[in-house]
Design a protein. Structure first.
Length: 212
């Protein structure tokens, strides 16, 4: 059953914020005709920590949301997006918070409750591990057909920067141009195979594993 709660990421001015610049996650719940503030979760993200420590800290904060599975913020991208997505959240980006907006967001999720809520909450918008440990896969073409607002950077950068993997197979229409500058810094390499017109398989490896 879908919880009637929505988590909002806000800054010190109580305005929608990114997780990196936010200070509080407010949890609202629907009480009869209005949304009521149930809990305030204060946090402080130290961006000077290692990526592993930042990831662990974000997960610790997200676990405090318990059965709430809808989150909204000014922007939700990078590592926070990756973590919220993997933990089954429906994610929305907004410029303001109001009762009517919370109603609209909740209704949008609840509309698909019987037929599509599972896929909405559990559809992976980032690479998923296959049955073989260390090998990941993502069909970016299918993902962007369902979620055109998700860029290749939003879907892939956090994963490539923070997730240990042996091989990652990506289905895409073309090789994302940002790979050229991003990959050398992360010691990544790739090969491409044309499957059909406007459909390619890009296989990504860690450079040190290729050289072994």
């Amino acid at each position: 059953m879908l919880s009637n709660k929505i988590a909002t990421i806000v800054d010190t001015a109580k305005k929608p914020s990114s997780f990196e610049n936010g200070t509080t996650i407010n949890i609202y719940y629907k009480d009869t005709d209005s949304w009521q503030l149930k809990e305030e979760i204060n946090y402080s993200l130290d961006t000077n920590l290692s990526l592993a420590d930042i990831r662990d800290y974000i997960r610790t904060v997200v676990l405090k949301l318990e059965d709430c599975k809808i989150v909204i913020g000014k922007t939700v991208s990078g590592l926070p997006y990756n973590i919220f997505d993997r933990m089954g959240f429906a994610i929305f980006e907004v410029d303001f918070i109001s009762d009517s907006l919370l109603d609209e967001i909740f209704s949008e999720v609840q509309e698909y409750k019987n037929e599509k809520v599972d896929s909405l909450l559990n559809l992976s918008t980032s690479p998923i591990q296959t049955e073989i440990d260390g090998i990941y896969f993502l069909n970016l073409i299918d993902l962007q057909e369902k979620h055109p607002e998700i860029s290749s950077k939003k879907a892939l950068q956090a994963f490539l920067a923070t997730t240990p993997f042996y091989k990652f197979e990506l289905i895409c229409s073309h090789v994302p141009p940002w790979f050229e500058n991003f990959f050398p810094a992360k010691k990544l390499t790739y090969s491409t195979q044309e499957l059909e017109k406007s459909k390619n398989r890009v296989t990504i490896f860690k450079e040190d594993l290729v050289q072994m």
